[in-house]
Design a protein around this ligand. Structure first.
Ligand code: ATP
Ligand code: MG
Length: 445
């Protein structure tokens, strides 16, 4: 058979890899990005060990198109910089080398990293700076999920599996590598990553991993807000936000991300109805994403807030004669609520204004929805974004599908000059506790 050594699929996997030979999997070099192949061969020719790793191998194994092709190597950042002149070193949490190719194409290469977090005593410590290098085995075990820890060798087309990832891919299981309690405590963002990949691939979450997520969900609040926001947007844009929201709700992660929603979605007597509405709103995003549309951040968050807005401001769903003045007044009221409810996400003021604008103008568009839009409305600077949002709202409620999304990524308003120290840079650790010390791997010192 294809595997050269048997191992358990559990996180107690052995340190010797299972090797899956070329003839026993679907990955062929033709499906690997040409620039990534160039990097891999140059590294190997220079005497280094180098593998294709992470999501690229996972996706190719499942016969999917990878989003990116990451490389892990024994070469140190300095050696990489010498080998690839057109490169730069990036990363605060850990150093990566980006190699530039024509057409703005970038290949990211990381040096094998150590397993320092496994040596920390106790289950309550956050992970310290992780720029210490390690062996390729260490590099596999320091990764988040078993399915993300496979290494593909271009020399002979084999896959090296140290953590039982291939078995988990076959069983369609998401499993955190090692002791999930510890691994989540070291980096709580791994909970979001586990839920994301379960949603995206339609995999189940392995029991110990699932229990650990439920147990440690509140630890999300220790992560820097920029990381949480980035992860959230990836989930909303990934094309599986519908499945994501269900898992996020069931695991309790959604309640940590949007506590103001808890009464409505978890406790309220109509919680199932609101949950269905939320799923329906995100289904519109998934459908549009599938068709290649890129929905801007403010619209995605607007969609996510629809059931809450309809509940909190019943006039949004019921009013049939909203005029422009009413819509403006409503946008200010909604803005005030958003300033409180979304404070922890550290969204730009402009984004919060845009979201309030989208939600507040639903009745205005509903009352003018008669096949063609009146001239005065279609001339408004906000027309494109708000009419599209209204149509998404209409689709979520069972109406006609939105054809295509042609909306500006930012508002029509000119950009305000940013004040020094203002939010929006995403560096503000709103989620981390002031007294939290140490830790660079996603945690603020
Ligand atoms: P995508 O298809 O979204 O790119 P991905 O798994 O490749 O999925 P990346 O964010 O590109 O996600 O990360 C690349 C790899 O780095 C992952 O596959 C995983 O092995 C590792 N990784 C990412 N985040 C973490 C983390 N928080 N802890 C441990 N390993 C991580
Ligand atoms: Mg990736």
């Amino acid at each position: 058979m294809g595997t050269q050594k048997k191992t358990s699929s559990s996180s107690e996997a052995s340190e010797a890899p299972v090797i899956i030979l070329q003839e026993d999997h679907l990955i062929s070099p033709q499906r690997i990005d040409r620039d990534a192949l160039k990097v891999l061969s140059r590294l190997q020719d220079a005497g280094h060990t180098a593998y294709l790793v992470g999501g690229g191998v996972r996706d190719l194994y499942m016969d999917k198109e990878p989003k990116d092709f990451d490389i892990s190597t024994s070469a140190r950042p300095g050696e990489l910089r010498k080998l690839f002149r057109n490169s730069r070193t990036i990363g605060r949490r850990f150093r990566l080398v980006q190699i530039f190719f024509p057409g703005n194409h970038i290949i990211e290469v990381s040096t094998f990293r150590c397993r320092s977090e496994y040596d920390l005593e106790g289950t309550d410590k956050l992970l310290q700076s992780n720029n210490t290098f390690g062996s390729q085995v260490d590099d596999a075990f320091r990764r988040d999920l078993t399915i993300n820890a496979l290494m593909y060798d271009i020399k002979d087309g084999s896959i090296l599996d140290y953590t039982g990832g291939v078995e988990d891919l076959k069983s369609r299981l998401i499993r955190i590598i090692g002791d999930p309690d510890r691994r989540i405590t070291r980096d709580p963002v791994r909970m979001l990553r586990a839920v994301r990949h379960a949603a995206r691939s339609d995999f189940s979450i392995e029991e110990q991993t699932w229990k650990a997520i439920q147990k440690h969900r509140a630890k999300l609040n220790l992560c820097p807000v920029s990381r949480i926001r980035d992860e959230l947007l990836k989930d909303l844009r990934g094309g599986a936000s519908r499945k994501w929201v269900e898992l996020a709700l069931d695991s309790g992660l959604f309640g940590e991300l949007f506590p103001f929603y808890n009464d409505l979605l978890l406790k309220g007597k109509d919680n199932l109805k609101y949950r269905q509405e939320l799923v329906a709103a995100l289904a519109v995003a998934d459908r549009l994403h599938e068709k290649g549309n890129c929905i801007p951040e403010y619209m995605l968050i607007g969609l996510l807030l629809l059931p809450w807005a309809m509940y909190t401001f019943p006039v949004l769903a019921n009013s049939t004669d909203q005029n422009r003045g009413d819509a403006y007044a409503m946008s200010l009221t909604i803005r005030k609520k958003l300033d409180i409810n979304l404070l922890h996400l550290n969204l730009k003021k402009e984004t919060r204004e845009q979201i309030a604008g989208l939600l507040s103008h639903i009745p205005l568009f509903a009352s003018n929805d008669g096949g063609t839009w009146p001239n005065w409305l279609s001339k408004k600077s906000y027309f494109k974004e708000r009419s599209h949002f209204y149509m998404m709202y209409r689709e979520a409620g069972g109406g006609k599908p939105v054809k295509a999304l042609i909306v500006p990524r930012t508002s029509a308003k000119p950009k305000l000059k940013k004040k020094r120290g203002s939010s929006g840079g995403g560096r503000n650790p709103v989620f981390s506790r002031k007294e939290q010390k140490g830790g660079v791997f996603g945690f603020k010192r």
